[in-house]
Design a binder for this molecule. Structure first.
Ligand code: MN
Length: 296
């Protein structure tokens, strides 16, 4: 039998290395009550190219003339990926980009050599009040890409392809699922897949041998690789070896699967800056103080 005709389910699974419970949530500004789901693994090479994942579970906000959120702040050396599930997020940055993203939309911002931005509930949605839920993923850049020009990709729900699963679907925000390609332009190869399964639904997901993989369970409960049962607000870490994972939903579940070519370079992270060395962090702070990251 040739390798090409080998069925997917005869290939090795990426084994589960750890299941992490989400730390308690904290407020980002007054708009986003987030749990940092990667916990102690954040800003470590074990989850490369990803740096951290904040998840804001659905939360009801009262109508307000003043949108809740977080005011002007800098970023440098990486990318922020904001996925809105409920409500609307309004963004404005020093590169001149602005936009309102709603349910299913994604904002992929490249901080690169430095940017200032602000992130609020949209003015209109704040006036109405209602439920807001979102995730923000930080994606690292290679040393040579940390000086890239700031960028902004406004990715609409309608432009994100869907792959049907048994009892659900996955939206391919970035990467490639058997030839179905996500719209996000990335500096390094990665998969960012937004997965919904109804109870009893199942998926066998093809990934690259050698890539770390992380499955965030936002809600519901899933069995992973036919053995480990994982509940809401947990993250599953997988070994780099193997080239697929298997998921079966025990309840209606909302998941985010992350996998990608690791960037095996030193990480120096301080607040909104992610560089390779402490000296570069000091430089970033000086650039910010000197106004070199632009004006907003
Ligand atoms: Mn930010």
């Amino acid at each position: 039998m040739s390798l090409n005709s080998m069925p997917l389910n005869s290939m090795p699974l990426k084994s589960v290395t750890q299941i992490i419970a989400a730390p308690p949530p904290h407020w980002v500004g007054d708009g986003f009550l987030v749990s940092p789901l990667f916990a102690d693994h954040a800003f470590q090479n074990g989850i490369s190219p990803f740096l951290m994942l904040d998840y804001a579970a659905p939360r009801q906000f009262k109508p307000s003339p003043k949108p809740p959120g977080v005011g002007v702040h800098p970023h440098k050396g990486f990318e922020t990926v904001t996925i809105v599930y409920d409500g609307e997020v309004e963004h404005r940055d020093s590169a001149g980009n602005s936009g309102v993203i709603g349910p299913g939309d994604v904002q992929w911002m490249t901080a690169g050599r430095g940017i200032l931005h602000e992130e609020f509930h949209s003015r209109e949605a704040a006036k109405r009040g209602g439920v807001v839920s979102m995730a923000q993923l930080w994606v690292n850049l290679r040393a040579g890409d940390k000086s890239a020009a700031p960028g902004y990709q406004d990715i609409r729900n309608a432009d994100i392809p869907r792959v049907q699963l048994e009892g659900g679907e996955t939206r391919i925000i970035a990467g490639d699922h058997n030839g179905v390609k996500g719209p996000a332009k990335t500096f390094t190869r990665m998969n960012v897949w937004d997965i919904r399964l109804t109870a009893g639904g199942r998926a066998e997901l093809p990934l690259f041998e050698g890539d770390p993989a992380i499955l965030a369970v936002f809600s519901g409960a899933v069995a992973v690789n036919g053995e480990k049962l994982v509940g809401a607000s947990h993250v599953v870490m997988f070994a780099r070896g193997g080239n697929r994972i298997a998921i079966e939903a025990k309840e209606d579940s909302q998941l985010l699967l992350l996998s990608g070519e690791p960037i095996d370079e030193p990480i120096a992270a301080y607040g909104p800056f992610v560089m390779n060395t402490q000296n570069e962090i000091r430089q970033a702070m000086e650039e910010f103080r000197a106004g070199a990251m632009g004006v907003l």
